[in-house]
Design a protein around this ligand. Structure first.
Ligand code: IVH
Length: 698
């Protein structure tokens, strides 16, 4: 990318390069952290970073204030700024029957000490998420989510992308006006986006509400803009002058200012009106373009609202009448076990298709093993299913009197139905998980993506989309396949295309000799890997980069770590600050699985794992020294001793040679001690070793 060696650059050229690098890396950070869409490959990014460092070392006077070297940690990923609501965004009390609505109405009358009918505005309760939009002098200036009601998130940029939200108000408006309402995604947009995501292999949304929330809470508003969100306005926050005296009147103003309001909002003059309206909306519900989960009743008259006031978090003048979940009866034809990307086994019921509130339902989630047991759900059972706002229906219960005589309890498999590996269940966990990790086809593609990811093997040019392609074609199925790729490519061994002729990588669409060479170079560069990266890359449950580092610090050497794990030694693990029993169990179990052992074994034929040397331990009496332990130690196990030495920057060797600096001798030391004496190597007792180890670092 850069032609001249740094030593030949003039200050002007260096300055231009520094500016270019700062700009490129900033662009890349935004693309990577905010858009899930890398702009530079990791290798390109690293090479820019290195060039920047070298330039800055040679031309310190040219270091820019916006230099990438000054950025710490994950840039820009700070989330949303917080917005304090000047008027809290409240929620509503819920009721579930017309009787309870009656109680509410009576309560209102009692509070107001009146026997006359109160007029209520009945509004469909939109199943989305609430927003607040602040206007000053008729201009939209700030948007916020509800958050905890007091502090919300600043989503100004995202709300701006919603076409239905007016940027400037029409007509007559107060100087300061906060309009509040609901952001939602229509059912049609929800199905469209899910279909698209499913086709792209991306995670789909569970329901329109989640889709709306996920779309609105995007750090990059360009993503929000692509997601077709809609709004209905229904209430207000801070206002400089209230120009309306009823909810109905407020809706007229909202219309004038340019806000969408729900066409089904309806004034009710008595309980009969309320009931009729409820029944009518229940009927309409399935055919509406968006999800509603109930009806909100608000005292129409604002003067009365003010008299009624608030309870702690809810107004006394409004209530939500929630719809019952939509239910139907059908039979379970089969129970299938799906395996998710992280190995979770999820039972799914195949149903005799049935119409539930206007939607044909043919599957229901059974959640997990306990749920099946608790409800005693069996194949062949007649069951009540329900759709409760969510799109994936659930089984509410079994109609036992309809159970076939020959039915048998469902036995949850203890093996993964995809790969046959043990499916185990941790104490305190509801999920049973496949332990097939690196080789289970259901999981292996995701695991491979993790394996090559930035904090793991970090292989430039082998991003998730290439892994997906290669996985599909069977070119890379396991981690070791990555390292045998070049050899298989050369050996004419790489997969036929549909017409049956062998295709080498460089002959495939989108590939050429240069890109293939670069890929092999990038792979070969990772044949030496640091211990923390390797451990992290294995994708052991609960083991992130930080834990991988702790393990590396403790053990110093991978084989040593692995042999403890094979021996099921959880003791040393839990002695590590930051590793608890559940994590220790996950780690040990990972190494107990023969296919994981096999994968590691095969990988070790191809790559080597560098011992971990704690560079922060460069000032200890043992830093850079080679130690040999011999005999039986009294205070430390061998593993602990070795780990301690390594944490102090020492290398631990198994045999005494001229390169040995210290031999630490326990009881019954044999030939090694003698050899040390012969070679004139310093011999320490265990106590002396511990004392020196405890010496404060210089
Ligand atoms: S009024 C003080 N009106 O329901 C009154 N809320 O369960 C505050 N919602 O947080 C809310 N449609 O997200 C109101 N027509 C409507 C609504 C509505 C949906 C949501 C809103 C609120 C939640 C309370």
């Amino acid at each position: 990318m850069f032609e001249k060696p740094i030593s030949e650059l003039t200050p002007t050229e260096a300055s231009a390069e520094l500016a270019y690098i700062a700009q490129e890396m900033a662009k890349s950070d935004i693309a990577y952290y905010q858009q899930d869409n890398p702009y530079l490959t990791d290798a390109e990014y690293d090479s820019l970073k290195r060039r920047n460092e070298e330039l800055e070392a040679r031309f310190p006077e040219l270091i820019r204030t916006d230099s990438p070297s000054k950025k710490i940690g994950a840039p820009l990923q700070s989330g949303f700024a917080k917005v304090k609501h000047r008027f809290p965004m409240l929620s509503l009390g819920d009721v579930f029957s017309i009787e309870e609505v009656d109680d509410f109405v009576m309560g209102v009358k009692r509070f107001l000490n009146t026997s006359s009918d109160i007029v209520f505005m009945a509004e469909p309760k939109i199943d989305g998420l609430s927003f607040s939009a602040r206007y000053e002098q008729g201009r939209f200036v700030q948007g916020a989510t509800r958050g905890d009601g007091v502090l919300g998130e600043d989503i100004t940029a995202n709300l701006k992308t919603i076409k239905q939200l007016p940027q400037t108000l029409r007509g007559n408006y107060p100087d300061v006006l906060e309009v509040r309402g609901e952001v939602y995604m229509s059912k049609a947009d929800f199905f469209a986006i899910n279909e698209k995501y499913a086709a792209e292999g991306k995670k789909t949304f569970a329901n329109p509400r989640n889709a709306a929330a996920g779309s609105l809470r995007q750090l990059d508003s360009r993503i929000t803009a692509e997601r077709n969100l809609s709004i209905f306005a229904y209430t207000w926050g801070e206002v400089s002058t209230r120009m309306w005296d009823s909810q109905a009147d407020f809706f007229e103003h909202l219309k004038e200012w340019g806000f969408p309001i729900n066409p089904l909002n309806h004034l009710c003059h008595n309980l009969q009106d309320i009931e009729n309206n409820f029944n009518q909306l229940m009927e309409q519900r399935a055919s509406l373009a968006y999800d509603i989960d109930g009806i909100v009743y608000k005292v129409n008259d604002i003067a009365l609202q003010e008299r009624l006031g608030f309870l702690t978090r809810t107004p006394r003048w409004a209530i939500a009448h929630k719809f019952p979940a939509e239910q139907a009866i059908t039979t379970i034809q089969d129970i299938r076990i799906q395996v998710g990307r992280t190995g979770t086994l999820t039972p799914v019921a195949d149903l005799e298709p049935v119409n539930v509130g206007g939607v044909i339902v043919s599957h229901a989630t059974l959640h997990n093993e306990d749920e099946i047991k608790r409800k005693d759900i069996r194949i062949g059972d007649s069951v009540i299913i329900q759709r409760a706002g969510d799109v994936i229906p659930q089984v509410v219960g079994v109609l036992l009197d309809k159970r076939p005589q020959d039915s048998k309890p469902f036995i949850f498999p203890n093996r993964c139905p995809v790969c046959g590996a043990h499916a185990i269940r941790e104490e305190d966990e509801v999920a049973r998980r496949c332990t097939g990790g690196l080789t289970c086809p259901a999981q292996s593609q995701e695991r491979l993506i993790h394996f090559v990811s930035r904090e793991a093997f970090d292989i430039a040019g082998l991003g998730s989309s290439i892994i997906e392609d290669f996985y599909k074609e069977g070119i890379i199925r396991t981690p070791v396949d990555i390292f045998t790729l070049e050899q298989r490519n050369t050996a004419d061994d790489l997969f036929a295309n549909q017409k049956g002729s062998v295709l080498h990588l460089e002959q495939r669409a989108g590939w050429g000799k240069k890109s293939v060479d670069n890929l092999f170079k990038a792979i070969n560069a990772k044949r030496h890997i640091s211990m923390p990266r390797f451990i992290y890359a294995l994708g052991i449950r609960q083991v992130g980069a930080a834990t991988a580092l702790l393990l590396s610090k403790h053990y110093g050497n991978f084989e040593h770590f692995m042999s403890d794990m094979l021996a099921k030694e959880t003791g040393p693990l839990v002695s590590i600050d930051g590793i608890g029993p559940s994590m220790a169990t996950d780690i040990v179990e990972f190494f107990q699985e023969p296919h994981n052992q096999k994968t590691i074994h095969e990988l070790l034929q191809e790559i080597s794992i560098d011992d971990y040397v704690d560079t922060s331990a460069s000032n200890t009496p043992f830093s850079g020294k080679t130690l040999v332990f011999t005999g039986t130690l009294e205070h430390l196990t061998r593993s602990e001793a070795k780990a301690k030495a390594q944490s102090l920057g020492a290398k631990v060797s198994g045999s005494v040679s001229a390169k040995t600096d210290y031999v630490i001798m326990g009881a019954d030391a044999g030939s090694k001690a003698a050899k040390a004496q012969e070679l004139g190597i310093k011999i320490l007792t265990e106590a002396e070793f511990l004392e020196l180890a405890a010496t404060p670092q210089a």
